[in-house]
Design a protein around this ligand. Structure first.
Ligand code: MG
Length: 231
């Protein structure tokens, strides 16, 4: 495999753990639903279903997750749901945006080593305010050649980045096949999918691995892969 001349990293659940912020906020909201007499397990399962459904219309909007929490409550508590409890659930769910995500092990080593060798770019998708905070919190911003926050990652997005940096052998590293890998492969990147504990949406239909599509178990292995191209 050729040595890359650009590495584009995803943020959420690639460099830092975003999913656990959702798990924690869901747990908090679920406790409130439980105090109101609901079965927490049933509420949690319904919240996840509704959240996937709301993804169709709201995508990564910061309204989606809290709305799904409240909808699950109102549906299961019917006809006894109260606006007071709904408000509490909303507040608990919104902590997902104020909490600080923890970096994955090795994120500093991987990004700092690679950025000492070649341009490393952060390409993260989602609400710009939420993402700006997560980029600040990860304390890696100074290592990136550039940081892009976008609503969608398309082949055009990846092409523009590699063209801007005159890169001919770019890599895209991320945990989401539909967002980080598929459009990158279309833009002639090598796609490197890193496994992470994430919702089913990110794990959908992945192809067999090849020279241009690689699967790794952890972020730390990106460095090993890079080193193997230097020999
Ligand atoms: Mg991600």
């Amino acid at each position: 495999m050729n040595q890359p001349d650009l590495v584009v990293f995803d943020g959420d659940d690639t460099l830092w753990r975003a999913e656990e912020l959702y798990d924690r906020a869901r747990d908090l909201a679920g406790e409130i639903a439980k105090k109101d007499g609901l079965d927490k397990k049933a509420w949690t399962a319904r919240q996840k279903e509704i959240d996937l459904r709301n993804f169709e219309t709201l995508g990564l909007s910061p309204q989606r997750f809290p709305k799904s929490c409240v909808e699950a409550y109102l549906e299961l508590a019917k006809p006894n749901g109260t606006s007071k409890t709904a408000e509490k659930i909303l507040t608990a769910a919104q902590t997902v945006f104020s909490a600080t995500a923890r970096n994955f092990p090795g994120s500093f080593d991987v990004v700092s080593h690679l950025s000492s060798q070649l341009p490393v770019v952060l390409l993260t998708k989602g609400d710009s305010k939420v993402q700006e905070k997560r980029v600040d919190d990860c304390k890696l911003r100074h290592l990136f050649f550039a940081v892009y926050i976008v609503e969608q990652k398309t082949a055009q997005t990846f092409l523009e980045i590699s063209e801007r940096l005159n890169a001919t052998r770019p890599w895209s590293v991320g945990n989401s096949y539909p967002s980080d890998i598929k459009p990158a492969l279309e833009a002639n990147y090598v796609g490197i999918w890193v496994d992470a504990p994430v919702w089913q949406h990110e794990r959908r239909s992945r192809p067999n691995t090849s020279d241009s599509y690689i699967e790794l178990d952890s972020l730390e292995q990106v460095l090993e892969l890079y080193r193997s191209t230097c020999i």
